[in-house]
Ligand binder design. Structure first.
Ligand code: G6P
Length: 610
């Protein structure tokens, strides 16, 4: 997804911006550009493709200036192809202003027409150029006023930075619906769409809210609304260190994050399992605990992996807390005219806390009167700030585009919430304590599963040439089957279907041909016997069976071609262990196929457009 980094201060801006762009790479992008100021006029260079292309372009041009103010951008195409012309920064036709922009200007066609009628000439297909042109159109010697005037005319979303050719020390930034963070250093400011590009410079940050903007110059910093009403912003400490964000010896972020899960889950549980008192502590919800316990219905909203975690949540909230629960694709919910009755809780699940569809669904549910809760990883993200209350994952930054540790963190948080409600309603203290002990054991049990990485690599390499895979599970492991298939699709580009195992015979069974890998999540539980029947149906048609089963399950080794084992736990917590071999299968298959694991084609880590 698009990324912004901008700087004003006393340092040489070009290397700083290029470094910042690299920190944003993980979000996914297809072109990049840079604007350096400091003297009247701008130096703008852009390139399609990787940041290294832009870097070599600048290396070739020994004339590239060494200014102390500038901005740069990674673009993920929405309007117009990923070309040099369409890359940001964009300027107006008089070269008065330059703009980098994340988000979408919805009424850009009408504005473009208006500006064309006034004689302005466009060179790109982007909505951002329209915004730059509009700011230029309003410019009368004051960049801040021109940005405000333009933003009054636009509909849509933006996180933007703007520079003016005649104001070589001023950087204007603004936000509506697309994140923007200002790092506050000593007489310097680093603005970025993501904390990852800021933490090497400073951990002191200001989060802009929607419809807020800032005017930055070396040593001066003013914040106001788009309507020019001054606002006082609190400087906060950002949570992640740069070291956490880096690779730490692993070849890819994804494998690092898979192996981090025991620690990440321990962090997620930290301070929330009170073993002495035998209770769950969720401080972020205390203000609403009565409403939550009395909830009559829960709606969970999310996208991708977060939606799968929501499906596990549906089982948890119904099974443990006895509250009717629905899981909605956020993109569908927001347009569905949903019915929200009294006593409805809407839970938005999002690793990034910035996913546009999840945010819009959350706002829809709130507008209709639901109490809103967030299950979010990124502290201070938009969803985290817009929910009434919430529970952070605390699993650390997730950089690999394919989500892994966030999925387990999301399930743990749902389990903690379900247990909190359950204990206040029907669950006995002894059953609760059994759950708490089981949760407490999960990090060590995860370590045991991860030890099979080499075995899983061998299995993956045996089947990585197969273009179609099936993932099948029942009950709590049905969402895990969906997640296993999604992981494989995302990073190895192998077609995979995830299904509830019994559904397979209603159609997908026709796909099976000899040698096709079929992954069954076959841990012992209420539907174990039935799942064994499903395995036989698939095996009889020539598929190769890869089973994820409990340690000591002798029966399964007679039926399956490969067995990957997980330790025993309480059935509702099984997904936390059974998903791990599937993450590793996907990872090893993708590496075997030579895929770019951390930056899979066409995907973005944080999808901040509809
Ligand atoms: C993108 C990512 C997925 C992720 C989804 C939701 O599509 O590629 O891995 O699950 O967004 O992201 P969120 O940040 O809301 O959890």
């Amino acid at each position: 997804m698009c990324g912004i980094i901008a700087y004003v201060g006393h340092k040489d801006v070009q290397p700083l911006l290029l470094e910042g762009l690299k920190r944003l790479e993980y979000r996914g992008y297809d072109s990049a550009g840079i604007c350096i100021g400091g003297e009247p006029g701008f130096f703008v260079r852009k390139a399609a493709g990787r940041i290294s292309v832009l870097e070599s372009l600048l290396d070739e041009e020994r004339a590239a200036p060494h200014g102390r103010i500038g901005m740069a951008h990674t673009r993920w195409a929405t309007h117009g192809a990923p070309t040099e012309i369409n890359a940001h920064p964009h300027t107006d036709d008089k070269q008065l202003v330059a703009v980098v922009h994340n988000g979408i200007i919805e009424n850009y066609v009408a504005i473009k027409q208006f500006l064309t009628d006034k004689g302005h000439k466009f060179v790109s297909q982007t909505d951002t150029e329209v915004l730059a042109m509009l700011i230029g159109h309003f410019y009368q010697g004051n960049l801040t006023r021109a940005v405000q005037a333009a933003l009054h005319e636009v509909r849509g979303t933006y996180g933007l930075a703007a520079m003016g050719a005649e104001e070589p020390e001023t950087l204007v930034v603004a936000r509506r619906g697309s994140p923007l963070i200002i790092g506050v250093g000593k007489e310097e400011y680093v603005v970025a769409s993501d904390a990852a590009a800021i933490v090497e410079h400073t951990t002191q940050v200001v989060y802009l809210n929607d419809n807020e903007m800032a005017v930055l110059a070396p040593g001066t910093f003013k914040t106001m609304t788009i309507d020019d009403i001054p606002v006082t912003k609190e400087v906060q400490e950002v949570e992640f260190s740069l070291q956490q964000i880096e690779l730490g010896g692993y070849p890819h972020f994804m494998i690092k994050e898979i192996f981090e899960q025991p620690e990440a889950i321990a962090n997620c549980l930290r301070g929330r399992l009170d073993k002495n008192e035998g209770r769950v502590v969720l401080g972020g919800l205390s203000q609403y605990s009565r409403d939550i316990v009395r909830a009559r219905r829960i709606i969970i909203m999310g996208c991708g992996t977060a939606w799968h975690a929501g499906l596990v949540g549906e089982f948890l909230f119904e099974d443990l807390a006895k509250i009717p629960t629905e899981v909605e694709y956020a993109s569908e919910f927001r347009y569905r005219n949903p019915i929200i009755e009294d006593g409805t809780i809407a839970i938005a699940i999002s690793q990034s806390g910035e996913t546009a569809d999840t945010l819009a669904a959350l706002r829809e549910a709130k507008d209709r009167g639901a109490l809103s809760l967030g299950i979010v990883n990124i502290v201070g993200s938009t969803i985290a700030r817009e929910t009434d209350a919430g529970i952070y994952l605390h699993v650390g930054p997730e950089i690999g585009v394919a989500s892994t540790k966030a999925f387990c963190g999301q399930i743990v948080v749902e389990a903690l919430l379900a247990l909190t409600i359950a204990r206040r309603k029907y669950m006995s203290q002894s059953v609760l304590e059994e759950f708490l002990r089981a949760l407490d054991r999960i990090p060590n049990q995860m370590r045991l599963v991860l030890r099979q990485s080499d075995l899983i690599r061998q299995v993956a390499s045996q089947y990585s040439h197969r273009d179609n895979w099936l993932f099948l599970g029942r009950g709590f492991n049905y969402p895990v089957a969906l997640e296993g298939a999604l992981k494989l699709k995302e990073i190895s580009y192998i077609h995979a279907e995830g299904l509830p195992a019994a559904e397979m015979k209603h159609g997908p069974i026709a796909l099976i041909n000899p040698g096709m890998p079929a992954v069954f999540i076959a841990t012992r539980g209420t539907q174990y016997e039935k799942l064994l029947g499903n395995i036989q149906e698939v095996k009889a048609r020539g598929a190769k069976i890869i089973a994820v089963a409990n340690e000591g399950d002798d029966h399964i080794s007679h039926v399956a071609d490969h067995v990957l084992t997980v330790p025993d736990t309480i059935e509702p917590l099984q997904p936390l262990l059974t998903v791990l071999p599937l993450q590793l299968l996907a990872y090893h298959a993708a590496v075997e196929r030579g895929c770019n694991v951390d930056k899979p084609r066409n995907l973005a880590k944080s999808v901040t457009v509809e």
